[in-house]
Write a new protein. Structure first.
Length: 625
């Protein structure tokens, strides 16, 4: 019989009925007054690895020589993971952490940036930072990625691409329109005018990417808003991907062919983009496309700077479909599909964009009808209502693209919709998904899970409880979803972490072996407990100890043989068919009699071995943990 992995997730107010069960309850308790990161009380272990503004990074001077150290920047966002594949090594690999800001620093460099460091798993399962000496002579634990001596400064380093082969790209978000917008100092602890990029002289592009890029003189702000490849082993940037276009980039995912990359642009409206390289693993040459509402891909000119300088505008003029803030992107080995977060935005009107040539993605009809169940009009009428700004996209959603059919659909809609924000103990939903942003796929013992991370656009309409309506009191949550569940709903989500007040939860990435999950808490409230008043990078370890191997649920239910699962069990026992049963201790004492049941609560049974007998006299041995 085919083997699958089944997890059991204990949820507030009951037990999950989805076809997944965790061996231990791992759900983090909902805490909307937290001043530290909220984590599960279970065999999982957590630790803080890297704290912005506290830990020091090794830097490179303007002449490319070691220049000492500086306190790390904050606003930790994306994390890239590059496995160490060396034979016999105990090291897991390198982490690359984005800093989503514009802040000047004489040693680190102006703009945003990244920090790279190497991690190792110890014999007790904990994670430690590895001391390194880089080819440029820098030595230590944490290394500032050198952009200023390679590709020019970066800024607004938000998400990026963490390819399975370890290649890393950082995404420059927040689309810049003039030099003042890069020098103002957004997200700077200094604040005020002039705290950002100081050198705003024209920039001369130096690149091997074919086209008219190399040697072209552009305004300084035009050298921002690209996907930028870096090498975490040397902590240096490699190239800005001018041939992918200039946009408010967020996330991306590489396909197994090592040629195709799907890309999300965090703009409203924003297009859905893919790049296809001419040759595997060479991303300097290839074609760029935008997805249209009819499922076709329209090619975009990507070898001329003037054509890529404002990618979204050019894509919409060619009929690209409209989305509302495409953010993180993940490839699923389970089904070969691409998943991404459409974070949403409260107010918008896309009428002018459609008049200019853009198209409306068909998924908008389903989103509108989900919010308005009494609506009886056509799909086109629903889409027209969205286009005209009659749909307030409070919560966003997770989308899915199937390369086999070239169709986009909603995988999981955010919500539930509530017209007001209710108190925690006054009807606030036990589970609420608001503005999904970060996204990852994690394989644990052969079973695949999705990690969905929130970045709230606001606090109204139930995105936070009534008690959390003041600025700086937001709590963002990280949710886990078993991807074998068909047609998942909010109730299938398991809360595995939440931020302290004011922070965004982001950066999720798993180690290659699925035993450790890394994530960030960024821009928290200053009044939080130390170190949770700083942006920081954390690890949750021990995932391999939570998953048991059991027979697939669908196979069990279709069997004519009396079967129970999971076994061992700690909370909820399932039968493959509803029937009358009795449960006996091994001494023969009967401890339970139940009529016409399919699910049995065993939390009142002491740990030990029991016999379960059905009304036909068939028996199964049961182990309660």
């Amino acid at each position: 019989m085919k083997k699958l992995y089944v997890l059991a997730a204990f949820v507030a107010g009951g037990f999950a009925t989805a076809n997944a069960q965790f061996k231990f309850p791992i759900e983090a308790t909902a805490n909307y007054n937290a001043t530290t990161v909220v984590l599960p009380q279970s065999p999982l272990k957590s630790q803080v690895l890297f704290v912005g503004g506290i830990d020091s990074v090794q830097t490179v001077g303007n002449n490319g020589q070691p220049n000492g150290f500086a306190l790390a920047k904050e606003w930790h966002d994306f994390i890239g993971f590059t496995p160490d594949t060396a034979t016999g090594t105990q090291d897991l690999g390198w982490l690359s952490v984005n800093h989503e800001m514009i802040w000047n620093d004489d040693k680190i460099g102006d703009g945003g940036g990244m920090t790279a460091f190497k991690v190792r798993r110890n014999s007790n399962g904990s994670i430690s930072i590895v001391n390194q000496t880089l080819p440029d002579g820098r030595a230590g634990k944490f290394f500032n990625v050198d952009f200023k001596n390679t590709v020019g400064e970066t800024g607004m380093n938000c998400a990026g691409i963490s390819a399975p082969n370890g290649r890393i790209w950082t995404a420059e978000e927040w689309f810049r329109t003039n030099n003042a917008s890069i020098s103002a100092g957004s997200a700077s602890p200094m604040g005020g005018s002039g705290a950002g990029v100081r050198d705003t002289a024209d920039w001369v592009i130096s690149t091997t990417i074919p086209g008219d890029f190399n040697g072209k003189t552009i305004k300084k702000f035009q050298n921002f808003n690209y996907m930028v490849e870096i090498d975490p082993r040397t902590a240096k940037a490699i190239r800005k991907q001018y041939n992918w276009g200039r946009a408010g980039w967020e996330g991306g995912a590489m396909m197994p062919d090592h040629k195709t990359i799907y890309l999300g642009i965090d703009e409203s409206p924003g297009p859905w983009i893919k790049f296809v390289a001419d040759q595997a693993d060479d991303f300097t040459k290839g074609k760029l496309y935008a997805w249209k509402a009819d499922g076709s891909w329209v090619e975009l000119v990507n070898d001329k700077f003037d054509s890529v300088a404002n990618l979204s505008t050019n894509a919409f003029a060619k009929g690209a479909a409209i989305f509302n803030r495409n953010e993180w992107v993940a490839y699923s080995p389970l089904d070969g599909k691409i998943y991404w977060t459409e974070t949403g935005r409260d107010g918008f009107n896309f009428t002018a964009n459609v008049a200019g040539g853009a198209t409306m993605s068909p998924h908008w009809a389903r989103a509108y009808k989900t919010r308005n169940p009494s609506f009886t009009g056509t799909d086109q009428a629903a889409i027209d209502s969205v286009m005209a700004g009659k749909f307030i996209d409070y919560y966003g959603r997770v989308l899915v693209y199937d390369p086999a059919t070239s169709k986009v659909d909603i995988y999981l809609e955010g919500g539930p919709y509530t017209p007001t924000s209710l108190p925690v103990n006054g009807g606030y939903p036990a589970k609420h998904l608001s503005n999904p942003d970060g996204l990852g796929v994690m394989t644990i013992n052969g079973r695949q899970f999705m990690l969905i991370l929130e970045d709230l656009n606001g606090r109204s309409f139930g995105r936070t409880p009534a008690e959390n309506q003041s600025s700086g009191t937001e709590i963002c949550e990280m949710w886990m979803l078993d991807m074998t569940i068909k047609n998942p709903t909010i109730n299938d989500l398991v809360r595995v972490a939440a931020t302290p007040k004011g922070a965004e939860i982001t950066g999720v990435i798993a180690s290659a072996d699925g035993k450790t999950l890394f994530f960030n808490s960024q821009h928290p409230a200053p009044a939080n407990a130390f170190p949770y008043n700083h942006s920081l990078t954390m690890a949750i370890t021990g995932w391999e100890n939570i998953v048991n191997t059991w027979v697939g649920v669908e196979e069990i239910k279709s069997s004519d043989v009396f079967t129970i699962y999971p076994n061992p069990v700690s909370r909820e026992l399932h039968l493959n068919k509803a029937c009358d049963i009795a449960i006996y201790e091994m001494s023969g004492k009967r401890v339970k009699v139940l009529r016409n049941v399919e699910i049995v609560d065993v939390t009142d049974l002491a740990a030990g071995t029991y016999i379960v007998m059905n009304d036909k006299g068939e028996t199964q041995k049961l182990i309660v943990e």
